[in-house]
Structure formats: C-alpha cells, structure tokens
Ligand binder design. Structure first.
Ligand code: ZN
Ligand code: ZN
Length: 76
C-alpha cells in the first residue's frame, strides 16, 4: 500500500501504517501515533473512552479533523 498523503503530492511512498479512521495507508512521515479515543471509522462518530491507552495510527487529515471538532474532549 502507498501513502495517501504522499500520493496527493505526487510522491510514491510505501505506507508503514494504516489510519484507524479512514483505512488509508500512511508513511512514517505522515502517520500520527497518539493515544486517541477508539473510533471505528464509522459515522456518526462514536468514540469510546480510551481505557487501554493504546497509541493508534492516524493520518494527518483524520487527526486534524478530530482535533478541530474537539472530539478528544477528555484530552484536548
Ligand atoms: Zn506520506
Ligand atoms: Zn485517516
């Protein structure tokens, strides 16, 4: 799988992870690994409290969307 963000910039980079939210591939430069609430990527967004504190991989777009909407209420 190729990095989606890189593909948008016309680059061809192998993905090292998969965004938990959108399922797109992300390379090491574009992935964000953070403790996030569990989100299964479906709408409406239903977040479950992150009791396990697992660092999950997200792409930048999904991460920004989550931050903007302050869906990290407990953390942001
Ligand atoms: Zn990339
Ligand atoms: Zn994503």
């Amino acid at each position: 799988m190729k990095c989606y963000e890189c593909a948008k910039e016309g680059k061809d980079t192998d993905a090292v992870g998969i965004c938990i939210a959108c399922g797109r591939g992300v390379c090491k430069e574009h992935l964000i690994r953070e403790e996030t609430p569990a989100w299964e990527g479906s709408y409406p967004i239903e977040l479950k409290p992150d009791i396990e504190h697992i660092k999950r991989i997200m792409c930048q777009s999904c991460h920004e969307a989550l931050k903007e909407n302050c869906l990290f209420n407990e953390v942001c």
